[in-house]
Write a protein that binds this ligand. Structure first.
Ligand code: C2E
Ligand code: MG
Ligand code: MG
Length: 971
């Protein structure tokens, strides 16, 4: 390929450039300009020569320069040859010194091997011998002095002489060149040696100390901290020439050591960061990044032998990176309140500051001579701080005591750990001492609880004083036993806090009582919770109003009080919100709940202190107004209640209008009614109000009683219902929650009334009970259920056998017929023992517990099972519960349904646990949703019944559900 000729202009440019280079090269061999003279003053300790010295590149092994003009103005030319003829010098240097005085002067020309200032970050200058030799134009050749860290030459300047000095350079870099008065140099050297000695001493001691701690306490942070201390110690030792003096290090190796120690410093800092922050615990990623980095730095330590500047440069960047990354990590972890990160923050901040300062110095931005000692001092300070941080760790409670804690100390620690308050009563001196924490809890001023025991009585709740005094007296008199006492103390704000004191007497060596020592626990929260539970049992969950139970109790009290004090004249008001079901259906239960809550609030605002407002059931409220003997005032209050309810309830973008039926009964002091009669009157009035379509107030009048045409027809029709086969028995499945299989059914009655249609049990069972027809109807239900059960059991041979439960009412229970009926039914239909269950409500057995206990035991003996129906809705007297032979408890729907806050009552879980403790199985009633079912299962409930699994169904549907084919039962 032909070579293309360059265009003419470029050719000329090339020629020109070539000429310029040749010219420059020629100039290097000779001193082009005259050397600058440096006048050497008599008193100056040191002067800078670098500025005045002229540098020549290393083109030749000899340098020929013109000397500075001497006293006579004669300029000569001298030629200096390289010391070693085989190796070419790294450069040349020339300057002239003039002694203007009349005395002979001796001076030191000093070039340090290493200078941190301006040494550079990347490819740093690590120092080496700078000057091979010096020659002079006249007088003796300057003599090399024995200096470990610098090239120092002693030169003699005759009075009035001008001496040209030519130096052969060993290194192309010459960071510093100074002329010193020998005494001044020595002085400074001594001063700096002292400082260096101190630094070296401190860092050496730190390193030793941290190593010792590591031996005592094995945690990994100690060797990591000790390693940093050792790295700094070695670095300083090299920098100060300390090791050079001890071990005669060849200057060539000095830079290798310097670079390696820098890498070691970076590595130890990294390792410390890792160990101290426990980074392996936070994320594997940290472990990976850190270990790669660490291995790289370790590799760098070795690499320094081959190329120290590169190794050192990387190490310096690494130190800066460790500091920066470390700071970021520490801030990040401190944000999560990681205690170690917070503790390390000041130390690391200092390290970062040190790195920044070091950066400026190394880059030559800060050239002040004092910065270097300061920087090295700073490094030792960083190590010291690291040492302190680590020591704090070693001796603080952060490291849990490993073993060997004495028993007493362990107990004391346990007391602290349990947040208990130490109680100590010196009986002889009658001085109580408790932790100040107790005064803090009460907000009392310090010392309020210290001193004689009687001092406590002043703060004690009046009801607890006697018990407290008695208990202390008893234990101090007897000198043995144990104190376990709950009491209330008054707080600063007047409220009372509950405490529990558990203490034992401590005897003096002679056997006499010395003190009573123990612990006090603040049990206020537990007590409040217990009170709450009690409150919840008699209050409505949604509105917080008293529930039916408490209401009946209060009514009882009001009635009996009014019988003796006629002026009390209670007025009983029953309130039933009209068509409330529509609200629930149209807007959802939660809106219904908040409407009820609003209604409850509005009504309760009208109550006086002695009045009671209660929620009787879903949408029914009741009020006892006390002391309104004037009918007009009572009427006025009722009118206000009506108005309060009828005010629109805002909901989203519309309003809900409520009306209610009010039934009022006034107390007739002349013929005081019993509680139930009083309630009945109000109910009659309420029914009358509802019959008229609601939104009305009806006061009870005896005439209203007769007004029951409906009821009369029902009574009449009911007599013929069984004969005419109008009664239907439906079956509602009861499901085993564990595997969702059908465990049994509850038999529920319906009446197909020829005119009124299908009637629910609530509409006719009360009538049947009153008229005694329930005996016949109940027998019918039991027979039907038993017959069906035997068919199921023949068709399905499962274990445990399928069961059926039949409801039994109070009238049935008090008749001896029940026993006969049960034994008759059981003998006629072959059902497995215990699989036909009778369901009785709690209120039913509680009416006559002694009698019920006997009858139930007999029924059980006949081979029937017993279920306690609607458990929790009534009294739930736990002591009685144990005495009845129930095998199953059916928890009332009201507990299974979620309350207004979407939470199931805590009490549900307790009831299930209780039933299990009593050895009974649990059926939850009214499980309507999947979430009900799930939660019930989680609570440990075995069976559930409710719309979630099926509504009451016909015999055919039930059989189908069980998978029994018609052929089987036809047989
Ligand atoms: P009970 O024994 O507590 O029966 C459960 C009632 O809850 C049944 O109402 C049933 O239909 C209803 N129920 C079942 N699952 C759910 C549900 O998921 N959500 C809701 N809201 N309700 C559910 P029913 O059939 O109207 O019976 C009412 C009460 O009448 C029965 O309460 C029982 O005490 C009585 N009763 C029913 N049949 C007889 C009987 O043959 N003899 C007697 N003496 N009383 C009976
Ligand atoms: Mg039942
Ligand atoms: Mg029930």
């Amino acid at each position: 390929m032909a070579r293309t000729a360059l265009p003419a202009p470029i050719r000329t440019l090339r020629t020109l450039l070539l000429g310029l280079v040749l010219l420059l090269c020629g100039a290097t061999g000779q001193a082009a300009a005259q050397l600058r003279e440096v006048i050497v003053p008599r008193d100056a300790a040191v002067i800078d020569l670098l500025g005045a010295a002229q540098r020549f590149p290393a083109t030749e092994e000899a340098l020929s320069v013109q000397t500075a003009p001497d006293r006579e103005g004669i300029i000569r030319r001298i030629e200096v040859r390289a010391r070693d003829p085989d190796s070419r010098p790294a450069g040349w240097l020339a300057f002239a010194l003039r002694n203007e005085t009349t005395e002979q002067m001796e001076r030191l020309i000093v070039a340090p091997h290493f200078r941190l200032i301006g040494s550079g970050v990347i490819w740093p200058d690590l120092g080496m011998q700078r000057i091979t030799a010096l020659s002079t134009s006249q007088g003796e050749t300057p003599q090399r002095q024995d200096e470990p860290l610098a090239d120092a030459f002693l030169i003699t300047l005759d009075p009035g002489s001008v001496v040209t000095v030519v130096g052969e350079l060993r290194s192309s870099r010459l960071p510093q060149l100074e002329l010193w008065r020998p005494e001044a140099y020595k002085e400074r050297f001594t001063a700096i040696t002292l400082y260096r000695g101190i630094l070296l001493g401190i860092s050496g001691l730190l390193a030793l100390f941290l190593t010792m701690i590591f031996v005592v306490r094995g945690a990994v942070i100690f060797p990591a901290a000790a390693a940093i201390a050792w790295a700094v110690f070695i670095y300083l030792g090299i920098d100060f020439g300390f090791f050079g003096q001890l071990l005669t290090i060849e200057p060539r190796w000095e830079r290798v050591y310097r670079a390696s120690t820098e890498a070691v410093l970076a590595a130890t800092l990294l390792a410390f960061l890792f160990a101290y922050l426990n980074l392996n615990r936070w994320h594997v990623r940290y472990v990976h990044i850190m270990s790669v980095w660490l291995f790289f730095l370790i590799f760098l330590i070795g690499f320094a032998v081959f190329n120290s500047p590169v190794a050192s440069g990387v190490a310096r960047v690494s130190i800066a990176a460790v500091a920066a990354v470390g700071m970021a990590l520490i801030l990040y972890l401190a944000a999560f309140r990681y205690e170690r990160a917070i503790l390390l923050m000041p130390t690391w901040a200092l390290l970062c500051a040190w790195v920044v300062a070091g950066w400026f110095v190394v880059n030559g931005d800060w050239t002040d001579e004092t910065t270097v000692p300061a920087l090295l001092g700073g490094l030792v300070l960083v190590v010291m701080l690291i040492g302190f941080t680590v020591l704090q760790q070693a001796f603080s409670g952060l490291n849990a005591p490993q073993s060997g804690v004495p028993d007493a100390e362990r107990k004391a620690l346990a007391l602290i750990g349990a947040d208990d308050i130490v109680f100590d009563w010196d009986v002889a001196a009658d001085a109580i001492h408790v932790d100040g924490a107790m005064e803090d809890i009460l907000g009392q001023k310090p010392g309020a609880l210290q001193g004689p025991a009687s001092g406590w009585l002043g703060l004690m709740h009046p009801d607890d004083k006697d018990a407290f005094r008695d208990a202390l007296d008893a234990i101090s008199d007897q000198g043995r036993g144990r104190l376990d006492l709950a009491f209330r103390l008054k707080a600063h704000d007047g409220s009372h806090h509950w405490f529990n004191l558990r203490a034992r007497p401590v005897l003096a060596p002679g056997g006499s009582l010395a003190r009573i020592v123990g612990a006090i626990t603040d049990i206020t929260d537990e007590r409040r919770a217990a009170e709450r539970l009690l409150h919840d049992a008699v209050h409505d969950h949604l509105t917080g109003l008293p529930n039916r139970q408490l209401f009946l109790d209060r009514l009882e009290a009001a009635v009996s009080l009014a019988a003796s004090q006629p002026q009390l004249a209670p007025v009983l008001v029953l309130i039933d919100i009209d068509r409330f079901r529509n609200v629930n259906e149209a807007l959802g239960v939660s809106v219904g709940d908040s409407v009820l809550l609003t209604a409850a609030r509005r009504l309760s605002r009208l109550m006086k202190a002695q009045d009671t407002l209660a929620r009787m059931s879903g949408d029914a409220f009741a009020a006892i107004l006390i002391g309104e003997s004037d009918p007009a005032t009572a009427q006025q209050i009722i009118a206000e209640m009506r108005r309060a309810l009828s005010m629109p309830v805002p909901f989203a973008d519309r309003e809900i209008f409520l009306t209610a039926a009010f039934g009022v009964a006034t107390f007739d002091a002349a013929a005081p009614p019993k509680r139930d009669e009083f309630l009945k009157r109000a109910e009659i009035a309420l029914n009358a109000a509802k019959r008229g379509g609601g939104d009305a107030v009806v006061a009870y009048a005896p005439g209203l009683r007769g007004e029951r045409p409906e009821r009369l027809t029902i009574e009449g029709d009911l007599r013929r219902a069984v004969e005419r086969d109008e009664m239907r028995l439906l079956f509602q499945p009861i499901v085993r929650l564990e595997d969702r299989t059908i465990a049994g059914f509850e038999a529920l009655l319906r009446w197909e009334h020829p005119r009124l249609g299908r009637l629910g049990p609530n509409e006719f069972i009360p009538v049947a009970e009153e008229t005694g027809l329930i005996i016949e109807i109940g027998r019918f239900a039991m027979e039907r259920a038993a017959r069906e059960l035997s068919i199921w059991q023949q068709a399905l041979d499962v274990d445990p056998p399928i069961f059926a439960s039949v409801n039994v009412s109070s009238r049935q229970l008090i008749r001896h017929d029940l026993l006969r009926d049960v034994s008759g039914v059981l003998s006629r239909f072959k059902v497995k023992p215990g699989s036909l269950k009778l369901e009785l409500t709690e209120s039913l057995v509680m009416e006559n517990p002694e009698y019920a206990a006997q009858i139930l035991a007999k029924i059980k003996g006949l081979g029937a099972g017993l279920s306690l129906d609607d458990f929790g809705a009534g009294y739930s007297s736990l002591s009685y519960l144990q005495r009845f032979p129930f095998d199953t408890i059916k928890i009332d729907q009201s507990f299974v349904r979620q309350d207004g806050r979407g939470a199931r009552p805590v009490i549900l879980r307790t009831m299930i646990a209780l039933a299990h403790d009593l050895g009974m199985t649990v059926v939850a009633e009214g499980a309507e949703t999947e979430s009900d079912t799930l939660e019930l299962f989680q609570f440990g409930c075995e069976y559930a019944q409710g719309y979630a699994f099926g509504e009451p169904m016909t015999i055919e549907q039930a059989r189908k559900l069980l998978g029994i084919s018609p052929r089987v039962f036809a047989a």
